[in-house]
Design a binder for this molecule. Structure first.
Ligand SMILES: Cc1ncc(COP(=O)(O)O)c(C=O)c1O
Length: 415
């Protein structure tokens, strides 16, 4: 794919036409929230303008059109991750909700073990920490190396025959490192455990084939893959979804609710409906489907390559700057397109983000990125935090140059 192709992609994003303080926007915060292309915006507008009705219930014309678009969107998500059937994709509000459903609804015997890591986003660890507290489970934490990679021997030690579930971040939102998920899944399955993969950062940037990986559950954040806010997906193997307890119950989850001898007796629908209580975010699901289709039309391999090219340039540039330390390995093939760093001469990561924003309209994220345990592990105090620049399909080499120029100026002014 050449520069012309990527500049056409860039032109799909209306917000990039904006200027801030006379400067074009350099958006490097997609690991937090991706920008939205017009294809996604129009798909959602079409719902609101042409068939803003309830899906799955009303049998009138608008209801039928809404139901059709809603179920087509589920099919698009299933194709995006190669699920065996659309019903294995459950709409949620975000990856956090997807992970909470798994943590609270998978049946786990008292005394069993749950394994997670020191690198998790809070959304990947805390639902399991709380489940362990509530239902008497043991929780073991596999420690990532300080560069965000793992020693596979640690996984072999931690996952044993008492382990019921493993929660692992596929691609870290702090170091950008990609976990050896296939090996972890093999170890877990060998010992009778299930694996939930936190794909919030992985799915938007790399080809994800859940059947080929044989992963049991995957949590996806739609707003990080050019889709609307307030949307996520939980993928689960059908047999597991069928065996799980409900998360929320109520309207739309039941096939019948009998009233006999003064008792209310529900019969629940099969997945995905048993997990989708109440009226849904139809526009959101339709936007999610459009986002999946949009990314696939570009090609996930092409997206991965584009981001790695830019990441390589950013890493090389960063290495030339004095006082900068970045997290994660040098090899871009081990990572997703994000770059987290600190600068010795700047007290707080927020100061880096503020300077870049105010002077260069460069937008990055600062803080501890909802991954406090890993920041404690590497000895970065919460008050200092880390700065993170993250790359997506609409970024180009000019964005990386402006970002590096901004950092250079900041270092000169603070040294
Ligand atoms: C690795 C990782 N997991 C989970 C989440 C939570 O995603 P969501 O905001 O969709 O709940 C994030 C969000 O930043 C993330 O980066």
């Amino acid at each position: 794919m050449n520069d012309r192709f990527w500049s056409r992609i860039r032109s799909d994003f209306p917000v990039l036409k904006r200027k801030i303080n006379g400067r074009p926007i350099v958006y490097l915060d997609s690991a937090c929230m991706a920008l939205k292309p017009r294809q996604v915006i129009s798909a959602m507008n079409e719902y609101y303008e042409r068939f803003p009705a309830c899906g799955g219930r009303s049998i009138h014309r608008l209801g039928e059109e809404a139901s059709d678009a809603y179920s087509r969107a589920r099919g698009k998500l299933a194709r995006f991750i190669n699920a065996a059937e659309p019903g294995e994709c459950i709409w949620t509000r975000n990856a956090t909700e997807s992970l909470n459903i798994v943590a609270s609804s998978v049946k786990i015997e008292r005394g069993s073990k749950v394994v997670t890591t020191s690198l998790e986003h809070h959304s990947g660890s805390l639902p399991f920490v709380e489940r362990a507290k509530k239902t008497g489970l043991k929780l073991e934490v596999v420690r990532a190396r300080n560069d965000g990679t793992f020693d596979i021997e640690d996984w072999k030690r931690a996952i044993d025959s008492s382990t019921r579930i493993v929660s692992v971040v596929h691609s870290s939102n702090v170091t950008g490192t990609i976990a050896p998920l296939r090996e972890i899944i093999e170890i877990a399955h060998d010992r009778g455990a299930l694996v939930v993969s936190d794909d919030a950062q992985y799915a938007p940037h790399h080809p994800l084939d859940v059947q080929n990986l044989d992963v049991d559950f995957s949590a996806i954040s739609v707003h990080k893959m050019c889709g609307p806010t307030g949307m996520g997906v939980l993928y689960g193997k059908m047999s597991l979804l069928e065996s799980m307890d409900m998360f929320l119950v109520g309207g739309d989850t039941v096939s019948d609710v009998r009233f006999e001898d003064g008792r209310i007796i529900p019969s629940y629908l099969p997945p995905p409906h048993k997990f989708e209580a109440g009226l849904q975010n139809y526009a959101g699901a339709i936007g999610a489907g459009a986002a999946a289709e949009y990314l696939q039309s570009i090609g996930m391999r092409e997206i991965e390559q584009h981001e790695r090219d830019l990441l390589r340039a950013a890493l090389e540039g960063l290495k030339q700057l004095s006082h900068v330390h970045f997290l994660g390995p040098d090899d871009v093939n081990l990572r997703t397109g994000l770059l987290t760093f600190v600068i010795d001469t700047v007290e707080s990561a927020h100061d880096i983000a503020t300077f870049l924003n105010d002077r260069y309209a460069v937008m990055i994220r600062s803080g501890w990125h909802c991954a406090a345990p890993f920041h404690y592990q590497i000895g970065i105090p919460p008050s200092k935090g880390t700065a993170r620049a993250s790359i997506y399909i609409y970024n180009n080499s000019n964005d990386i140059s402006i970002f590096l120029t901004g950092l250079q100026t900041l270092i000169e002014q603070t040294s």
